[in-house]
Design a protein. Structure first.
Length: 73
């Protein structure tokens, strides 16, 4: 990400969102038995957080295409 920033002068935040979604998904896959047995509220929080992050990635992608700026370098 640092290399991309210095080459394009843009911060690729969407990659961080994808990494967060993957981390939550891995946590769900590994700890699925303990989440289902102990607390369904934590499972709901994980699913809602993935939904929110996915929506944020979609909004960023949409605004990136709509409000694309030209570099003056």
């Amino acid at each position: 990400m640092t290399g991309i920033y210095f080459k394009t002068h843009k911060m690729p935040v969407i990659f961080l969102i994808f990494i967060a979604i993957m981390a939550i998904t891995r946590f769900l896959v590994i700890d699925m038995k303990s989440l289902m047995a102990n607390d369904k509220f934590n499972l709901l929080i994980m699913v809602v957080s993935i939904l929110i992050l996915s929506t944020a990635a979609g909004v960023l992608k949409f605004t990136e295409k709509k409000y694309q700026t030209q570099n003056e370098y």
